[in-house]
Structures are given as C-alpha cells and as structure tokens.
Design a protein around this ligand. Structure first.
Ligand code: FBP
Length: 694
C-alpha cells in the first residue's frame, strides 16, 4: 500500500468515532451492565431465617417417597427477617463459604443475574467466600471443570442474556458413578452448597443430588429456568406459589416483536401467510403469550387440541351401540382441515394473508402422533437394553430403522407374540412423509425428551393444508372476496353496469365482500356464466374488467415459514426477568445459609406488583411424578401445561375470533415493540400472568 494511503487508513482506524462505533461494548451493554435490579424488601434485613409453611399442601408420589426419603418431608419455606438472630444464625451468615453453581438445559434470559445475585450476597456477608461456576452444565460438575467467579466476570454479564459466562449442557447425572464423581468435585472444593439453574429435568437432577449429598452436608438448591414456562407451582388447594419460570417473559417478548413485524409486513404486502413455529416442546405457554402480545390471526394451543372430542362422531357411534375411540383427540387430518377453514374464511373477507402461530410441540398434542412417539421411545429403549449396541448406531439410515419396525410388525403373526409395533402403526407411519419419519426416529435428548426443535412440524401440517386448499380451490370454495365498492368503481370505469353483472358472477351480491360463485372456477366457466345470463354473446370476448375481477378472486396460497426459538432464548432479559432472576440468586443464597436442601428457590406473587414478591423455598421432591422417558417410567418434575379453565385461556377463546378477523372487520394486530431496557413501553410482567391474577 502507498505510504499516503496507509496513513489515511491509520487515521481512519484510530479515529475516536471509529473506535466508538466498532467497540464490542455499546451503549445498550453499558446501560445493562450498570443497572441494579430491585431487591425484595426482606433482603434489606440484616439476617433472615426460614419459616416452614405447612399450610401449603402437596400430595406426593410414593416412588418419590421411596427414593428421596431425606427430602420428601420438606415443607414450603418462607424467608422472614431474622431480627432476633441467634449467635448461631449470625455465624452461619458471616461464615466463609464456598458455593458452586451451574446452568443446565437450554439457555434462558436472566441466568447471569441469578449468578450476580448469588455472588453479591455471598460477598456481602463475607468477602472471602467463593463462588465456583461449573463449566458446560453437569459435565463440569462430573469432570471437575470450573472457574472461580470474580467481580469482573460478574460485572461483565449483569443483566445480559445467554449463559455464556459458564455455558450450559444437557448431561443427566443418571448413574451412581456420575453421582459419586459430582460429590467428589464438591467435596474437593469444600462446597457448602450447590445451585442448579435448570428446567424440570435439571431440578429433578437437583433433588437426586440433594438426597445423595445430604450426608456430606452439602446443600443443593434448584432454580426454575426455562423459556417454555412449564415450571409453575400450585399447591393442592390451587394456591399459586410460582407463577412462571424465568426466561419465559423475555423469550416471549423477543418472539412477539418478530411476529408482530410480520403482521405489519403481511398487512402491507397482502400476499403471504406467515407460519411462525414458536418453541415450547410440550406446553403452549409461549404461543399463548405471543398470541396476546401480537394478536396474530391464528394461534394453536396444543393443550386444546389434545382435549378435543368429536361429539358428532361419538353420538353417531352411540346410535349404533358402539364407542368410537378415534373421536377422542384430534387427528393430523382434522387439524389441517381446521387451518384450511380459517384460511378460506379470511380469504372470503378479502384477506388471503395472515400470521399463524404454532407451538413447536404441536404434534405431540395429536393422539395418533403421540402414540407413535411413545411406541418408538419404547422400541428404541428396548433395543438399547437388549443389544450391546445403540439403536441409532445399529440402524444408521432410515431404511434400516424402517426394516426393524417392519420386522416387529410381522411378528404379529406369531400367536404368542403381541408386539408393540403393529401393522396399523406401520401403515400410519408409512403414510407420513420421509422427513417426518426421520424426525420421529431422531435420537431423544439425554433426558429422554423428543427433540421437537429438530423436526419440521410446521411443514407436515402446512403440506396437508396446501393439498386440501387445492381441492377446495378446484371445488370453487376457496376464493378471495372482492370488496363491493371496488367492484362497482372498476366496472363503472370500464363503462359496464355493475348491477347487471352482479347476480351472474357473485353468490352474495348484497354483502360487503363479494364471492364469485362456486361454479365459476376458470375464465372459461366465467364466460359461460355471462353467456347463460345473456350478458354477452357466445362469440363475444370476456370483458377485460370482469376477467380481472376473476383473477383477483383467484387465490394463490403462499407461505413463509419462521422458527422462533434459539433467537428468543438468547435475547437479553426484560426488566421483569432481570429483577426476578437477581432475587432468585439472593433467595438461593439465603436458603443455603439457612440450611435448606432439596428446595427450589422461588418467588411467590410474581403475577402481582413487585412490592408483594416473596422469596420462598419449594420442596422439589413433592413436585415429582412418574413419566414415560425413553420407554421407561421415571421420576421427574411434572410439567405445567396450559390450563384450559384459566382466565388467560378463557379470555383468549373469547378474543380469538376478533383477531382472526375473518369477517369484514379489520385486523387487530398489536405492536409490543422490542425488549427495551430503558423507557416505559414494556409491560412489567407477562400478559398471561396478569390475566391469571385477576
Ligand atoms: P429447557 O427445557 O432446557 O429450558 O429448554 C427448552 C428449549 O428451548 C425448548 O423450547 C426446545 O424444544 C429445546 O430447548 C431445544 O433443545 P436444544 O437446545 O437441545 O436444541
């Protein structure tokens, strides 16, 4: 490079403006890092103590009682001021302690603030106390891979999204050997406590660790994380102890901003249906929150589909003295018909576009698919148990897997053999497109969960929708409504008398949106209609304007698919999640210091104003039940699904027709805006929580 040019380039590179705009640390990051979350009042008390709350009752599982005997009798605990703190209590607080922390499962916005809260509180009581972060989730615990968390490390991640400070992983501590190694790590670091920040499976892990570590005097506390929002805790008397897991609000807001941008695009360009698949593999909480945030035209809630019963079919079978078992639960075919109905209705009102939200795990709500998933789980688990090789290694390609299934189905002929995979399953499975067969056979995650995020669920549904829409189009039932005022004006411009043609072309001449008759499905049939109504002669050409109107009514179904998942779960936390998670970190410290173990740190009254928030400890063992995982029954925390009797769902049911806007009403899209750290536009908690608190 010429010396002159080199000098100019150096000038440019060293210019303060260049440095400013290319720095990794921008204004948003500076603001986030310097923000101090609000602390719940109790944390301004010098010391705290725990108060058992026997009034909060749970029925527990027998199996949990058997395998978690030391923590099954834990009660809900409330943190109260320790004003009359004994010497022992003071010592406990002021003692130099070592605590370990790890992330487990998918990232969720706010995780770093759990660590900030924990760190600040540890150091507040004793500056020599130490916090260790295990790297890559449980792997770090098992393999003794950790970092000491320092002030500068914490400060770099305050109020920031992701779990990148110490990373995460999905390893399950599912063997005696892994338990023992984990214990060794904690003992070697002289830990008093371990904080496991994770979802239902990770909190399950935390309970087993608590049981195992009890004798060593190491306390284990879980922290409820998951964007899916399926960790919620209610007592047997329906008292809400934990309204939502952390990360849900931020992810839902991030998804909603994107979905809402699509509503403004589709309402402008009026040519696409945007199909938005939103994370949430079993529960549809995220979809429901996004529906309220954006007022998208159609939002499908898995729990509602699973609850569906076809009353007509039940009645019909009853008349013949039979029970139609297939009338319970929705089929894939039925679901695709429902979606078509919505598309056709909106088109009739002139809107051949829209935005639809599907939960990622929607197919699990369909009985027929769920049965396949459970059967395949069992088949794969049985194979792995009996053989010395893993199913996916033995049958690396789809054809080999299918052949194995066929062999099982053929075994049906044998009288003494009643195989899990029968000819009917095989038939149904073979009707599915190959990509979906492959999806159903993909490896389960370490906890035995079906990996919906790896399967194009929206494609299988939308392919069926497209197929059926084509049929409806051929039958003349899928048409775009033509606004009457528009029809009149262009006919007049073309010197044609609108009233003369209207009855011949349209089936509803008096409505705001005119629908071309079902029998008119081509320019040829249109011309025929005009001839038979004596509007033109057989040798006349079709008036150009009439042909144009027909073309405008002829729908093309064009879709754009979007997946909202990893982007939102990596988003920076909302104010709600910043405050929530920071206080969870503080709560975890106070639980450990007060000697609790096998508890999940929680905040009661999240659905209400911040002033009413209350830190509590929730007994994890009492939340467990037996669930099918990898073909076996395993003890895990029960997931909270969308409650179809909740305020939120009842309001949703009432409003969804408005949002669908399938009559001549306007679209009612809502603009939630971005996740903003400053300003006042952002709601202070999820809409679904607000509704449920009424
Ligand atoms: P957690 O249950 O661990 O919080 O994870 C939730 C989730 O984001 C789901 O919504 C999604 O189906 C899944 O993780 C994706 O898993 P992966 O990160 O393995 O692709």
């Amino acid at each position: 490079m010429e010396p002159q040019n080199r000098k100019a380039l150096e000038f440019l590179l060293n210019h303060p403006k260049t440095n400013h705009v290319t720095s990794d640390v921008n204004t948003e990051t500076i603001e986030r890092r310097s923000f101090s979350p609000k602390k719940i009042k109790i944390f301004s008390s010098k010391y705290t103590k725990l108060k058992d709350c026997p009034e909060y009752k749970f029925k527990h599982d027998r199996e949990a009682e058997k395998v978690l005997p030391d923590i099954i009798n834990n009660q809900v605990q409330r943190l109260v001021p320790g004003g009359d703190a004994t010497k022992k209590c003071k010592q406990a607080f002021l003692k130099r302690r070592n605590i370990g922390v790890l992330f487990s499962g998918g990232p969720a916005p706010g995780g770093h603030n759990v660590i900030s809260g924990l760190y600040d509180e540890i150091k507040k009581y004793n500056s020599e106390s130490r916090l260790f972060g295990f790297l890559m989730g449980s792997d770090g615990l098992i393999e003794s891979k950790y970092v000491e968390i320092t002030q500068s490390l914490v400060d770099a991640y305050r109020n920031m999204g992701g779990f990148s400070m110490i990373k995460t992983g999905r390893t399950k501590i599912d063997s005696d050997h892994k338990m023992e190694l984990s214990l060794q790590t904690c003992v070697a670091l002289e830990l008093d406590g371990l904080v496991v920040i994770g979802g239902d499976d990770s909190n399950t892990n935390a309970a087993f660790l608590a049981q195992r570590f009890k004798r060593a005097g190491i306390k284990v506390i879980g922290v409820p994380k998951t964007i899916d929002g399926d960790i919620q805790v209610q007592t047997d008397d329906k008292e809400i102890l934990l309204a939502i897991s952390f990360g849900f609000h931020s992810a839902a807001r991030a998804f909603s901003q994107n979905i809402s941008n699509l509503t403004s695009d589709t309402g402008s360009d009026v040519k696409y249906w945007h199909i938005c698949k939103v994370m949430g593999r079993v529960a549809s909480h995220l979809t429901l929150e996004c529906a309220f945030q954006t007022h998208a035209n159609l939002s499908l809630i898995g729990e509602e589909l699973a609850d569906y019963t076809d009353l007509k079919r039940i009645e019909k079978a009853k008349e013949n003295g039979m029970i139609d078992y297939t009338a319970y639960g929705m089929t894939l075919r039925h679901l695709s018909r429902l979606i078509c109905d919505v598309i056709v209705r909106r088109a009739a009102a002139g809107k051949n576009f829209g935005v639809m939200i599907l939960p990622e795990g929607i197919l699990e709500s369909l009985n027929e698919i769920q049965v396949l998933i459970i059967k395949l789980n069992k088949i794969i688990a049985d194979y792995n148990r009996i053989h010395d090789n893993d199913f996916h290694t033995s049958f690396p390609i789809l054809n080999d897997k299918l052949e194995h299934l066929r062999r099982l189905a053929r075994g049906m002929g044998d009288r003494d053999n009643f195989p899990i995979w029968n000819l009917r399953d095989d038939d149904l499975f073979n009707q599915l497109p190959i990509f979906f067969q492959e999806g159903l056979l993909t490896e389960r995650d370490t906890h035995g969960n079906f990996q919906f995020s790896q399967v194009k669920t929206e494609k299988i549904i939308m392919d069926m929708v497209k197929e059926y829409l084509n049929i409806l189009k051929e039958q003349g039932k899928y048409k775009i409504g033509i606004e009457r005022s528009y029809y009149k004006s262009i006919m007049k411009n073309a010197k044609l008398v609108p009233n003369k043609f209207v009855n011949a072309i349209f089936e509803n001449p008096d409505d705001k949106y005119l629908l071309i008759k079902e029998s008119i499905i081509s320019l040829k049939t249109l011309k025929q209609a005009l001839i038979s109504n004596d509007l033109i002669g057989p040798d006349d050409a079709l008036p150009e304007t009439v042909a144009r109107i027909f073309m405008k009514s002829d729908p093309k179904f064009k879709t754009q698919a979007h997946f909202y998942g990893y982007d939102g779960r990596g988003s920076d936390p909302t104010h709600f999640d910043c405050n929530y998670t920071y206080n969870l970190g503080l709560t975890a410290f106070h639980l450990i210091t007060n000697g609790a173990t096998g508890q999940m740190a929680g905040i009661k009254n999240l659905e209400k104003k911040f002033d009413t928030w209350e830190p509590i400890g929730i007994p994890i063992a009492k939340l467990m039940h037996l669930e099918e995982r990898k073909g076996n029954l395993e003890l895990v925390i029960e997931k909270s699904l969308v409650d179809l009797n909740s305020n939120t769902f009842r309001v949703f049911k009432e409003l969804r027709d408005e949002w669908l806007a399938a009559e001549s009403n306007q679209d009612r899209y809502r603009r939630p805006g971005p996740v903003r750290f400053t300003g006042t536009a952002e709601e202070d908690r999820p809409i679904t929580l607000t509704l449920n608190s009424i």
